[in-house]
Every structure is written in C-alpha cells, then in structure tokens.
Design a protein around this ligand. Sequence first.
Ligand SMILES: [Zn+2]
Length: 94
Amino acid sequence: MADYWVSRDKYFCKYCKIYIADDKPSRIHHETGLRHKGNYERYIREVYRKGMTDKKDRAHEARELARVEAVRFWPGGASLGPPPWGALLRCAGR
Ligand SMILES: [Zn+2]
C-alpha cells in the first residue's frame, strides 16, 4: 500500500513541492530552513499577484461589457451627446 506509506511517513510541503519525513524535528528543521522560507514567500507573492490580476481583469471585462451594451442601446450616441446612463443601465439590468 504505497499511498498508506506515503501519507503516514511523508509530509508534502506544498511551498517547496517536496516530501519530507513526517515527524516533528524534520518538519521544524525544514520549515525554519532558508529554502522553505524563500519558497513560502514566493508562493504567497504569487497568490497575491494572481488575485490582483484576476480582480483587474474582471473589472476591465465589466467596463467593456457596459460599453458594448451602451452602444447597443444608444446607437449614434457619440453624435447625439451623452446618453441618459441611468435609464440605459435600468434597461440593461434585466
Ligand atoms: Zn517547504
């Protein structure tokens, strides 16, 4: 039973993507090591950066969608002046 052996005797460090012996001294030794701390910080930075990018993308998408909808509801809006955004948004908010 390989899985049993792995889960019982090895601890997977997701930051370093390696298995270490699953006992307290080994884990403490690993988690206080420079390599683990470097990998941990990189992992956190990566997650944070990814979160920021996702948020930015979604906001951009929403703005683009609103623009496309506005043009659809207000053809020739550019020559007629600013459209009544409130009314248009109520129309679009179906
Ligand atoms: Zn580690």
